[in-house]
Write a protein that binds this ligand. Sequence first.
Ligand code: ZN
Length: 308
Amino acid sequence: MKMKRFLWALPAVCCFLVLAQAAYAGNGLTRITDHVYAYVDVKEAGPANSFGANAGIIICPDSIVVIDTLISAREAQRFLRDIREITDKPISYVINTHAHLDHVFGNGVFAGKNATLIAHADCRDEMARKGADTLAQAGKYGLTPEEMAGTAIVLPDLTFTGRLQLYPGGLEVQLIHVAPSHSPGSILVYLPGEKVVFTGDILFTAFHPYMGDGDLAGWQQTLDFLAGLEADYIIPGHGPLSTKQDVADMKGYITLFDRMARALTAGKIPPAEIAAEMTRILPARAQGQWLIPANIETRYLNKEADRH
Ligand SMILES: [Zn+2]
């Protein structure tokens, strides 16, 4: 009789476990390998969830390495809570993939914990020049004072150019700057032993990319380098866990965007019509469509920003 009752309850228990598992995968960090967890495939991107920016951790023998810190102190605290669900190891390094607000404004939550903040020299330079103004104008990006409460600009402690290799607990982590790309100081974070690469915003998958600070020639060169890396797990700056096909698609996207935007902005077509035509021509991506007119405006119509 007892056994019968147990058997009756079993499907309900299993169902609960499956649901709990699914809920956790949706809200917390996703396991990529034994050593790597990340936020990937964030749905309904908006200012309150860091515009869907991904971030992650590397679990080393004695410490963890954090990659990107999201858009605010509040978001970074959410990230830290999710990290603590997985491991209580101390944080040895925090790496910023580039200077944009949705990737580094949470730095303050991780600073002062004996962690060294690392970025490319051009990333630190950009944060030092623009960070305070961007934070003061966070409302422009749709962020409320409540969402930004406690957020401060915290600059990296250590910078590099070219390449930097870290070996926390013997686990090799390569920080690689190929060329100016999505932003001047955008880097790849590559773990050769795990065949994992964090791309920051060098790769957007299923999101239209932000191109306003981009160097398109250097970006294409960087995507070619990324395509040649031995990597089974590619974690983009925004979007789901990605493949080499996504890297090729990204290169095709920016090449097509540049060709069409140059052609359309050469005439006297109103910006709204250019944006509509570009939206029709470009491959469909599920999120970030608002970036199409923004990219046209900053790169092709505002000549001050059209540096590259
Ligand atoms: Zn970015």
